[in-house]
Design a protein around this ligand. Structure first.
Ligand SMILES: [Mn+2]
Length: 432
């Protein structure tokens, strides 16, 4: 009865209530012994007794996933078809909203032989996985991005306005379809996703994974490390959240834990993990301590407030890939302020703007040896204004523009085409 009364009080008065002895939240509404029990329960080690194994389900065998078609490739995938890209356009000209929808209107590839035969440089992969956090919907992120392609299709002379570089014609791009996901099991999905990302990276193409929630960072980065070597790949991680906690509700892989698992298993090192844009109410002291012990370099919004975005950007670029030969870029859409990207599962106010993030994404592509990219946490069902789809599309194009600039030998920081800056009209601009 006492507990009931306490919980009713909590519901009625809300979680901001503070107990006179300093306790806040749920704990403040409970008698001290109960509050202590709750605290101990929430902080219990993961080795605490679990539910017994499901002995009432003898047909369930978590070791044998072979019968599941979601992970089995079609045996006739290549068939008699010569390897190479498949262009799905029937007509010479069609706008972005028509035809089969692919990432940036790219032709498709189904096998590694296709990628190799065409010399694909960036292969885009959808990964529709959204059950490592309570809010479902980001499984439809890849569809959102493909369908959000409203601009001109490839090959019609539409360069990035400020650099005059057209990544869609400059690079050999492919839509590699979607990663295999068992929508009833995150754990069962991890290794098959990792295998597909690895299969792309092994051809020398850059995998560009569109999610899906951020638990994907674990199989994605592990796959890149499989190919380029453990510890050889630095990660620059744009996110409102640090994603490096130890467990969520007793599970060691959620969209809040991939960073911890990657570092624990040696796929990446803390020193070469650069976080940009973090804010809000985490990490707790314990996790922050762990991050500092690992040598994390983090650039949160407090730094942006204190030192300004230009300093944070320069510093982050300098650190990205410092000491590693290769760089992986992880972009969580919630790094943007929700004003610009509301369509995400865990929005957090006071974020970065497109005007701040687009240049750094482009510069990383131009100045660094990028071997993998992910764009995650896009939720079309929370994107009532369509703004998130537009921003996501631009994120992809900015990174690709940077990679295309690098291919053309343009690596100057803050590069803009002369003609884009003053139009040759003779204005007296400041020297920068
Ligand atoms: Mn994240």
């Amino acid at each position: 009865m006492a507990v009931n009364v306490a919980w009713q009080g909590f519901v009625r008065r809300g979680p901001r209530l503070a107990h006179p002895d300093g306790r806040t939240g749920v704990a403040a509404t409970l008698p001290r012994p109960l509050a202590k029990a709750l605290f101990l329960h929430l902080n219990a080690p993961m080795s605490a007794p679990q539910f017994p194994p499901p002995t009432d389900f003898p047909e369930y065998n978590p070791e044998d996933l072979s019968g599941m078609g979601v992970f089995t490739k079609r045996p006739d995938l290549q068939g008699d078809r010569p390897p190479g890209l498949i262009d799905l356009r029937r007509y010479m000209f069609q706008l972005g909203m028509s035809g089969f929808q692919t990432f940036v209107g790219a032709p498709i590839a189904l096998t590694p032989a296709d990628l190799t035969a065409a010399g694909v440089e960036v292969a885009m992969i959808g990964a529709g996985l959204d059950f490592s956090y309570g809010m479902r919907g980001s499984a439809f992120g890849p569809k959102m991005v493909r369908n959000g392609e409203i601009y001109m299709p490839p090959g019609y002379g539409t360069p990035h306005q400020h650099t005059r570089v057209d990544p869609i014609t400059e690079l050999v791009l492919a839509d590699y379809g979607d990663a295999p996901v068992n929508n009833l099991s995150l754990y069962a999905s991890i290794e098959p996703i990792r295998a597909l990302v690895r299969e792309v990276a092994e051809t020398g193409a850059i995998p560009f994974i569109v999610g899906g929630d951020h638990s994907l960072m674990y199989p994605n980065v592990a796959a890149i490390a499989d190919v380029y070597g453990k510890g050889n790949v630095g990660v620059i991680h744009f996110d409102a959240h640090y994603d490096a906690t130890d467990a969520g509700l007793g599970l060691n892989l959620t969209h809040g834990t991939p960073v911890r698992r990657l570092i624990e298993q040696g796929h990446a090192s803390g020193h070469n993990f650069i976080q940009v844009g973090t804010r809000g109410w985490a990490p707790n002291d314990k996790d922050l301590g762990w991050m500092r012990d690992q040598g994390f370099r983090y650039h949160n919004m407090a730094q942006v407030d204190k030192f300004g975005w230009d300093w944070v950007m320069e510093r982050s670029i300098e650190e990205a890939g410092d000491g590693t030969e290769y760089l992986y870029i992880s972009i969580d859409m919630d790094v943007f302020d929700p004003a610009y990207a509301p369509g995400t599962g865990t929005p957090e106010p006071n974020g970065l703007t497109p005007r701040e993030l687009f240049p750094i994404l482009r510069r990383l592509g131009a100045e660094k040896n990028v071997v993998g990219i992910e764009l995650v946490e896009l939720n079309p069902f929370a994107d009532s204004t369509y703004a998130t789809a537009l921003v996501a599309n631009r994120v992809i194009r900015e990174v690709l523009t940077g990679i295309a600039m690098r291919k053309k030998g343009i690596t100057d920081p803050y590069y803009f085409a002369d003609v884009a800056i003053d139009g040759g009209q003779g204005q007296d601009w400041p020297q920068r």
